[in-house]
Design a binder for this molecule. Sequence first.
Ligand SMILES: Nc1nc2c(ncn2[C@@H]2O[C@H](COP(=O)(O)OP(=O)(O)OP(=O)(O)O)[C@@H](O)[C@H]2O)c(=O)[nH]1
Ligand SMILES: [Mg+2]
Length: 305
Amino acid sequence: MRCGTVAIFGRPNVGKSTLLNRYLGQKIAIVSPKPETTRQQLLGILTLPEAQVLFLDTPGIYNGPKTLLAKHQIQAARDALGQADFFLMLTDATAGFTDDDRQLLRLLPKPVAGEKPAAFLGINKVDRVRKDRLLPQIAEAQKSYPFRKIVPISAFKGDNTQPLLDLLIASLPEGPAAYPPDQVTDASMRVLAQELIREKALLFTHEEIPHSVAVLVEEWRPGTASPRQKPDQSSSTYIRANIYLERDSQKGILIGKDGAILKRIGQEARREIEKLLDGPVYLDLWVKIAKNWRKDSKFLKEIGF
Ligand SMILES: Nc1nc2c(ncn2[C@@H]2O[C@H](COP(=O)(O)OP(=O)(O)OP(=O)(O)O)[C@@H](O)[C@H]2O)c(=O)[nH]1
Ligand SMILES: [Mg+2]
């Protein structure tokens, strides 16, 4: 048996969470086209007959001005890197190997002459570029850091993700599994549900609103239903959650005309939480204002930072 921790890291939006979900064969990390979707590190446990891989999904790391929230996010990513045995950096093939990618190389182990560091590079989203655009990126990355291996992949379509996983597993140290074989994460259902609600809020809003959304589950009452029973309010898991925004003016936008957007967020989040819990859910969403919460250390503490 082999077992080890692999931190998946890179700039925002390169597809880290998509890759984690692909490897686990189920969705535990939220994904969206907006940058800074992931805010905290998330453990995903892949148990195979020959290995247990402990993947750490991390928030995207970037340069430039940051709110207190963003500083905490980036610290969370750095903490995850500190816990990892192996590093899987991802870049976006449609952008190439950029200066911002190069900046992240200093977070990797310092190369020692004659040794290959425990770091891999996945060039993601290859389904969106012509093959001839890959070679210069590979060359550029190779010149910049002695990656153990550089693998062009599509996390979205699954191209080449298995060979990359095989390489990772072959590199892991021998050792017993750290978690029971049926455990997929150490995050609570409550946290995963909060994230799914936030994902839908990200998907259905624009501009600054996605960044202003935080979600907290306030009440969680397990239902009495078995999964096959017809859902009604009493047999469903009752979940009451607050969606926080930063300004009063954002409230109407998130709720939408006649409540249409909030309704859609609720329906789609409920569907996914039901999959997660394997049973019916009654999701009760409330929209609240926590003024400028991204700069408020007390609120950030409440949401887990
Ligand atoms: N075409 C294509 N799109 C992808 C691929 N992988 C991810 N995406 C898309 O890229 C966007 C970002 O994906 P995420 O997985 O949320 O990216 P991330 O790196 O976790 O982003 P942050 O959490 O914000 O740092 C989503 O719209 C994904 O569907 C891929 O291989 N091909
Ligand atoms: Mg992510």
